[in-house]
Design a binder for this molecule. Structure first.
Ligand SMILES: Nc1ncnc2c1ncn2[C@@H]1O[C@H](COP(=O)(O)OP(=O)(O)O)[C@@H](O)[C@H]1O
Ligand SMILES: [Mg+2]
Length: 326
């Protein structure tokens, strides 16, 4: 069986340079690690997605794509490559067109969560600065892009405490990221990440990761901003096992699995949850979660199980093969 590990081109000209560089570095490291693992069992090639990608995949007689494409631009950027693959009838790992299109947009995803009674922070969608006139939300408010990841666009000043800060941050965000911008009710609780692997009723959770921000330097706001993820990472503590009761574990896992199923996701995903007063607020679900060796949450979660990182990568391929019967 031949597997192509496919990633996309740099977004250097589209998003702030430091964010693009961080993204490119993650991509490169991830492709390298996954190729090394899968090469033990499969014939592997690495490709970058462009307009000719289907021709390249057909020429190379690829049986399965290990999809690592976040997409470049547009509302459904995460779904674009899966759409090309489905059109060309090429099997691929991970979620489908619809799953990615819903999950990448935190506003659409939150709308689905709400409709399924999955707890999620209150939210408002902002297309233009005028929309702020009708906002009736308590401060503090977290201003975030609706379709980014890795805290791109979620900076320390994204948590705003009054109208003036809100207007300035929204102006700034509308200028830099794809509208709509999301205003999110700020939940002051404990943060957890939940890895999910499998499909349908067989989908299971990996050990819950507790994200402990209590040791961030004085003066930094306690949320996982881009500054924290890029500069203050050593101050973030990850707890395995998470310091939670059995009841809390059950609440968190059940919300995470419901979120996974509600967006029809496949093979693997990662859910971010903040628990407050026994309510597991689903912040978002990552339909293409980072798989970087040593640095990603899924890496850490897999490493505390018998699977290990290597086992996780093979399992993602196995789940996809099972779905396609290949
Ligand atoms: N509603 C919220 N209340 C409190 N903190 C939040 C909220 N939304 C996001 N955060 C913080 O910001 C981080 C990044 O937000 P998230 O929605 O997960 O975006 P990303 O896709 O960039 O990871 C979260 O891990 C959390 O620490
Ligand atoms: Mg997140």
């Amino acid at each position: 069986m031949k597997i192509a590990i496919v990633t996309d081109k740099s977004r250097e000209k589209l998003i702030p340079l430091v964010e693009a560089q961080a993204e490119d570095n993650q991509k490169m490291q991830t492709v390298m690690a996954i190729t090394e693992i899968l090469s033990q069992k499969y014939e592997c090639i690495e490709l970058t997605a462009d307009e000719n990608i289907i021709t390249s995949l057909k020429d190379e007689k690829v049986d399965l794509v290990f999809n690592l494409c976040n997409g470049i631009e547009g509302y459904s950027k995460l779904a674009q490559f899966p759409a090309m693959l489905e059109f060309a009838n090429i099997p691929y790992t991970g979620s489908s067109i619809l799953g990615h299109a819903l999950a990448i947009n935190k506003i659409f995803a939150s709308t689905v969560f709400k409709s399924k009674n999955i707890p999620t922070p209150g939210f408002v969608s902002i297309d233009s600065i005028k929309d702020l006139d009708d906002v009736d939300m308590e401060f503090p408010i977290l201003v975030k892009p609706s379709d980014e990841g890795s805290s791109r666009g979620i900076h320390q000043d994204s948590l705003v405490f009054n109208k003036e800060e809100l207007v300035n941050k929204v102006k700034d965000s509308l200028h830099t990221y794809t509208p709509p911008i999301m205003l999110n009710e700020y939940i002051d609780g404990r943060e957890f990440s939940i890895g999910i692997i499998g499909n349908g009723d067989q989908a299971t959770t990996l050990p819950i990761q507790e994200v402990d921000l209590s040791e961030l330097p004085e003066g930094l706001l306690k949320f996982n901003s881009f500054e924290v993820k890029s500069t203050y990472k050593p101050h973030v503590k990850y707890h395995f096992p998470a310091r939670i009761t059995d009841e809390e574990k059950e609440l968190i896992e059940s919300a995470a699995l419901k979120a996974f199923k509600s967006l029809l996701l496949r093979d693997y995903a990662r859910v971010d949850i903040i628990l407050k007063d026994k309510v597991p607020y689903v912040l978002e679900i990552n339909s293409l979660p980072g798989l970087m060796k040593t640095k990603s949450s899924l890496f850490r979660m897999a490493e505390v199980t018998d699977l290990g990182y290597e086992g996780l990568v093979f399992k993602i391929v196995d789940e996809a093969r099972k779905r396609y019967g290949i």
